[in-house]
Design a protein around this ligand. Structure first.
Ligand SMILES: [Zn+2]
Ligand SMILES: [Zn+2]
Length: 293
């Protein structure tokens, strides 16, 4: 099984989860969501979402322990550490937080200072930690190890949780009309316009799962390049098509409904492999037609 989720799906998972199960996700469920995050920006969005839902989550050993693995910046590290390590949470002795900060320090003096500060929290470091500063490489190694520790296919319950999400997602979108999907997108766009960068970022993440659904929905199961039927139905019985961004996101293309089409896997590969002008023109026209649906 190909288990993959982007942040937008994770945020949707969160919402659908609470609605259906009438409880907050447990640690293994959160763990799975966290696993798919790609960088600290995403972590922050995820984290903000958690804070909206959970009080005092930062005190939670799991979440702060995992967040630290995404940090490569000294200032960000201090900020997280300060949130986590107030005197009240002293008993947790987050040694990891201090280690991380030492490894991100740029001078020996800075490292020594942190080691002294750690003592106030009853965290002891051996002498040699004074030599460990400025080791981003070491941090990256640890991050890699941490990610490897979780094998998504084998982790207990992950495939089941994932399937459960796919089912919830498919039921949810089935319950929405195309106009409602467009409406949701419009709403989110309005939010983006009305507020600052942070909101725009969050909203962009939230939106993307709706945009994919929009593209699939307007395609009616027909590839928008070769105009043949999708090659097979997925487990939920929906025609399998992939969503393609006409102007690549990696090159500044936007995640908006005028920039996506639904393609069969064959055409999707062809477009990326050959990048033919005629294909590009055709799908651009299709995308503008999609908008009128
Ligand atoms: Zn096709
Ligand atoms: Zn593509």
């Amino acid at each position: 099984m190909n288990i993959k989720m982007d942040l937008s799906e994770i945020l949707l998972y969160f919402e659908l989860f609470e609605k259906e199960k009438k409880r907050r996700p447990w640690l293994n469920e959160l763990n799975m969501m966290l696993y798919f995050l790609e960088d600290y920006d995403q972590v922050e969005v995820f984290h903000n979402k958690l804070q909206e839902e959970f009080y005092n989550l930062l005190q939670n050993r799991f979440i702060s322990g995992s967040l630290i693995y995404f940090i490569e910046d000294y200032e960000v590290c201090i900020k997280l550490k300060e949130k986590v390590l107030n005197k009240k949470s002293k008993r947790f002795k987050y040694k990891m937080m201090f280690e991380h900060q030492i490894l991100l320090s740029k001078t020996k003096e800075q490292a020594i200072k942190i080691i002294k500060e750690a003592k106030d929290f009853e965290v002891e470091f051996e002498e040699e930690w004074t030599e460990n500063y400025d080791s981003l490489e070491l941090i990256r190694e640890r991050q890699k190890k941490w990610r490897k520790k979780i094998n998504i296919e084998e982790s207990k319950g992950f495939p089941e949780l994932y399937e459960d999400f796919i089912r919830m997602k498919s039921n949810y979108f089935e319950s929405l009309s195309l106009q409602q999907i467009k409406g949701a997108l419009l709403n989110q766009q309005q939010l983006t316009v009305d507020s600052g960068r942070k909101m725009a970022q969050t909203s962009a993440f939230t939106r993307s799962v709706y945009i994919k659904e929009f593209a699939r929905r307007v395609s009616n199961g027909i590839c928008q390049l070769c105009e043949k039927e999708a090659p097979f139905l997925d487990k939920q019985g929906t025609p399998f098509l992939e969503v393609h961004h006409i102007h690549y996101l990696s090159k500044g293309g936007t995640d908006t409904i005028n920039n996506v089409v639904a393609l069969c896997p064959n055409c999707h590969r062809k477009i990326h492999q050959l990048e033919l002008e005629e294909d590009f023109k055709k799908i651009s026209i299709r995308a503008s037609e999609n908008m009128l649906e």
